[in-house]
Design a protein around this ligand. Structure first.
Ligand code: NAD
Length: 489
């Protein structure tokens, strides 16, 4: 891995060194990676202006085939530079090599390929209208780009989640202003280099770096930005909704979760234990889809908890470069403090700790990093803060249930509505219960298995709208109806 890497905004086809910068920190050992140069309001204005110009004169004027060929080139170049993406994402997040190689980085390229292909099949509606006098009219829709789309993304799956929005937005002919998380800007910086290398017209892709609390409003309230698509915390989503309100623009929100796993007595127990361990501890619990509440039917409760404890205690924690490591550190010191405060809250609320609860000790530089133990707790009420608030760390609460109606009611007793997983070998039960969970995604006997053509998003505090497949194309384009009078004669 190379050492110091400073990161700059990319606006109107140029990398820009701004006046203000802050440290980019490696969560493995707390060392400095480099400086991140933060955008200011005039630079954001310049980016919006450049984006509009590209949308109206270059990028937006290309044919769909031309645009998609360029987006495929982006994917090809990302694949060629894959190791750089792996290194950069690892430095920023501390996530494991295994996860980066199998999920984060390949999904980044897959997002570009999938949406570049899919947009070619975006159809429209047609209707023949019959009028009282016998005349007819032909109605059909034309899909137009929205214009300039702001994409604000979080730190937990930086490349994967940003490209999940950049690819369809650009495929539909929009220009984009991308603001990654201040914790994890490196892979977007690499992507900006690639946009430049493959000849994406200047202004079509702009990278704005900086802290959301400093520069977020200048983006979301901007009159020149036609839509905002955001992935992040529900609290930030509420703020953005207010900030964008005066300019009345479409918003797509993928927000927080408090996801349940339900394990029925008729589940394949070994598969369920492994599956729930994976859904709880993947990426140190820093996936919006991770399980934080597990409901286990009474007759298998003790055996399940024993199995899950064994899984948690077998997890290898350490240097993310080590192929055997499943859990690296949490993303930042601030997040480590937040998750530890949640562990403390669980203790204060009277939880029993089955496993974990603290910080692992290495007796080397990693003790300056932001590692945390995988943790399993029991014995709290559903109404406890621990069982109601999103933690976003490697922890789950396991509780016992007796029957289907009870567990559905308890799993739905939350302000969130993102995802759930059900573990059962009974097909009818799987269909019946999946339909009754108030969430955007249900997995049965699996977790985090994604098909990019399917709708993705949450209910309640977990989000507004759906992206994925045709839903993404729907959000990033404006269907406009053309009505043509057809005279009788
Ligand atoms: P966050 O809300 O703190 O930050 C997300 C992004 O918003 C960052 O780029 C940040 O700089 C920016 N931001 C912060 N304040 C802003 C403001 N006032 N205006 C505009 N932008 C602002 O979230 P996070 O801590 O980076 O990510 C973790 C959260 O994201 C968790 O709640 C998680 O559940 C959620 N998440 C949801 C999904 C999903 O698909 N539903 C996916 C991943 C993460």
């Amino acid at each position: 891995m190379s050492n110091i890497q400073d990161l700059y905004c990319y606006v109107d086809g140029e990398f820009v060194e701004t006046r203000q910068c802050f440290d980019n920190i490696n969560p493995v050992d707390g060392s400095k990676i480099g400086d991140i140069y933060q955008a200011d309001k005039p630079l954001i204005d310049q980016a919006v202006h450049a984006a509009r110009h590209a949308q109206q004169h270059s990028w937006g004027k290309m044919t769909v085939n031309q645009r998609c060929a360029l987006l495929h080139k982006v994917a090809d170049r990302m694949a060629e530079r894959e190791q750089e993406f792996i290194d950069a994402e690892m430095r920023d997040t501390g996530k494991s090599l295994h996860q980066l190689k199998t999920i984060d980085i390949p999904r980044g390229t897959a997002n570009f390929r999938t949406f570049a292909d899919m947009v070619k099949f975006q159809g429209g509606e047609t209707f023949i209208t019959e009028q009282a006098n016998g005349d007819k009219a032909l109605n059909y829709t034309v899909n137009k780009p929205l214009g300039v789309v702001a994409i604000i993304s979080p730190w937990n799956l930086p490349l994967l989640l940003a490209t999940w929005k950049i690819a369809p937005a650009m495929a539909c002919g929009n220009s984009v202003i991308v603001k990654p998380s201040e914790e994890t800007s490196s892979t977007m910086y690499l992507l900006a280099q690639i946009m430049d290398e493959v000849g994406i017209p200047k202004g079509a892709f702009n990278l704005i770096l900086g802290r959301g609390t400093d520069i977020g409003d200048a983006i979301t309230a901007h009159t020149g930005i036609n839509a905002v698509t955001f992935t992040g915390a529900s609290k930030t989503g509420k703020h953005i909704m207010n900030s964008a309100a005066n300019t009345v623009k479409p918003l797509s929100f993928e927000l927080g979760g408090k996801n349940a796993a339900i394990v029925f007595a008729d589940a394949d127990l070994a598969k369920a234990v492994k599956g729930v361990a994976r859904s709880t501890f993947t990426n140190c619990g820093q996936v919006c889809l991770c399980t934080e509440k597990v409901y286990v039917q009474r007759s298998i409760f003790a055996e399940f908890v024993d199995g899950l404890k064994r899984e948690a205690e077998n997890i290898t924690i350490g240097y993310p470069t080590d192929e055997k490591v499943f859990m690296g550190p949490l993303v930042s010191q601030a997040h480590q403090q937040k998750v530890l405060a949640c562990y403390q809250l669980a203790k204060d609320e009277g939880a029993t700790f089955i496993s974990g609860g603290g910080v692992p000790k290495f007796n080397d530089e990693r003790d300056n990093g932001y590692f945390i133990e995988p943790t399993i707790i029991t014995d709290l009420d559903d109404t406890s803060r621990t069982n109601q608030e999103e933690i976003f760390g490697p922890i789950c609460h396991v509780s016992v249930f007796d029957d289907e109606d009870e567990v559905l009611q308890r799993a739905n007793n939350t302000e969130y509505g993102l995802a759930a997983s059900i573990w059962t070998e009974n097909l009818s039960r799987a269909h019946r219960t999946a339909a009754q969970l108030d969430v955007g995604l249900v997995w049965v006997n699996t977790w985090f298995l994604r098909d990019l053509r399917t709708p993705f998003g949450g209910m309640k505090l977990s989000g507004v709208g759906r992206e994925g497949g045709q839903h993404s194309l729907g959000f990033y384009s404006e269907p406009s109806n053309v009505c043509i009078q057809i005279d009788q004669q």
